[in-house]
Design a protein around this ligand. Structure first.
Ligand code: AMP
Ligand code: MG
Length: 316
């Protein structure tokens, strides 16, 4: 069985083609970027509209398959930005009609978790899911996801992007902050862990104030912002390992591409005899392969839906 997966919850439009054995035949994407602003919703929808057919063509070419080979279309139904989700939904509905394929709406967060679990062949990890919007520590219990802890305000990626915007780094800023941080040294910033939850807004405000005071270098601020935010996530992930007794930590989501973050989590895991897992960069951020795979895993759960911008992993 071959499944086509379409991702369009935020700045990325992606198409993945995956077999029922988890072989990724194609995973093509194009992401909206902007020089000085963040994500402008209507521009994102326009971006997705513009690239959709081209990405589809490229995905079929890479996978060496045709519409006839596709069993059904999985699409990301949420959570995400309204205009991006609707645009994606309209695109897949059109394709489904034209080629007489069934549609399966899947949860984008669950897709991040499943692709990481499949890729690393894990049984029962603690998941640390860090993307633009989401920052969550999750486990699986009786086939349901359970969120043990999460951000109380903004997601880790959004926090980095907002800070990048203050520095004029363009969107997305995560990779640029990672580069600048390599040359920085530590300045103390507010560290906010509340039980199993984290909060990033105080940290962001303080970092912004330091930019305005013009006394600290960009490099030092990027380094310190990363160290503080990543240590907060590492602390709650460690507490989740301690409470559950699980021995595997899996990092997924776009911020998982950050090498320093991986290094910190790896160290924490080693110190407590657990094992740290991540996904390759092309599977860390948003893409279609994870949507196709999640679609395959849920193929027997009949779900009539359009989109759901606020759909949480623990509601699936
Ligand atoms: P996603 O929504 O899963 O595609 O993740 C997107 C988020 O990941 C954005 O907020 C990016 O800034 C962030 N991101 C991507 N690469 C990196 C990196 N190398 N370091 C930190 N954040 C990153
Ligand atoms: Mg994502």
């Amino acid at each position: 069985m071959i499944i086509l997966g379409v991702e369009s919850t935020a700045h990325t439009f992606g198409i993945g083609i995956v077999t029922d054995k988890g072989k990724i035949l194609a995973n093509v994407k194009d992401s909206y970027t902007s020089k000085d602003a963040g994500m402008i919703p209507h521009e994102i929808a326009e971006h997705h509209e513009k690239v959709a057919e081209m990405i589809l063509k490229e995905a079929f070419k890479t996978a060496k398959v045709k519409w006839e080979d596709i069993e059904f279309i999985a699409y990301s139904a949420g959570p995400g930005l309204d205009p991006a989700l609707w645009k994606g939904y309209h695109i897949v509905t059109k394709w489904a009609k034209e080629h007489r394929k069934k549609l399966a709406g899947v949860n984008h967060c669950c897709a991040h978790l499943s692709i990481g679990k499949m890729w690393n062949k894990l049984k029962d990890p603690v998941y640390l899911y860090v993307s633009g919007v989401n920052t969550q520590v999750i486990i699986q219990e009786k086939n349901k996801y359970l969120v043990l802890g999460e951000t109380l305000d903004i997601g880790l990626g959004n926090m980095l992007d907002k800070f990048g915007r203050i520095l004029g780094l363009g969107f997305p800023s995560g990779p640029k902050i990672e580069e600048l941080a390599k040359k920085g040294k530590y300045i103390e910033l507010p560290y906010a862990v509340k039980g199993m939850d984290v909060s990033f807004s105080g940290l962001l405000t303080k970092a912004q104030q330091l930019v305005e005071r013009k006394k600290s270098s960009k490099e030092d601020l990027c380094f310190s912002l990363q160290e503080t935010a990543f240590a907060m996530c590492a602390e709650v992930a460690e507490r989740a390992l301690a409470h559950t007794g699980k021995k595997e930590l899996l990092l997924v989501g776009g911020v998982g591409a950050n090498k320093r973050f991986c290094e910190m989590l790896d160290l924490m895991c080693r110190e407590r005899n657990a094992k740290f897992y991540k996904v390759p960069v092309d599977l860390a951020g948003d893409q279609g392969a994870m949507i196709a795979w999640e679609g395959f895993l849920r193929k027997d759960e009949v779900r009539e839906m359009t989109i759901n911008p606020h759909w949480r992993a623990d509601e699936v």
